[in-house]
Design a protein around this ligand. Structure first.
Ligand SMILES: [Zn+2]
Length: 106
């Protein structure tokens, strides 16, 4: 979903200037989340009728990656430098520089 520039900067600080682990390589304005063109998902297990997020990497992540790509989405699991398995985006062919400059999808 959508993240403000401030929210993105807070996430970027994790594992760098704030405690926690690094969860993104994108500063504010450098993520498609900041323009409402990305979302993250989680694979879950069902335990006693409750959905429990499962962050361990297993074949289900690759299956949802395949499904997302079959719908025309870009999947963060395909990225080379920073694998982001929960992440999907649809850019409309627009670069982040174009979006930062104010260009928007139709
Ligand atoms: Zn994401």
């Amino acid at each position: 979903g959508f993240r403000t520039i401030e929210e993105q900067n807070r996430l970027y600080a994790l594992g760098r200037t704030k405690p926690g682990r690094i969860v993104t390589n994108a500063r504010g304005g450098y993520s498609y989340h900041n323009f409402g063109l990305a979302f993250d998902i989680c694979v879950c297990n069902v335990f006693k009728g409750t959905l429990i997020p499962s962050w361990s990497l297993d074949r289900r992540w690759f299956r949802v990656g395949q499904i997302g790509k079959s719908l025309g989405l870009e999947w963060g699991g395909d990225w080379k430098s920073f694998k982001d398995y929960p992440h999907f985006q649809y850019t409309f062919g627009l670069s982040l520089a174009q979006l930062r400059a104010g260009k928007r999808p139709p």
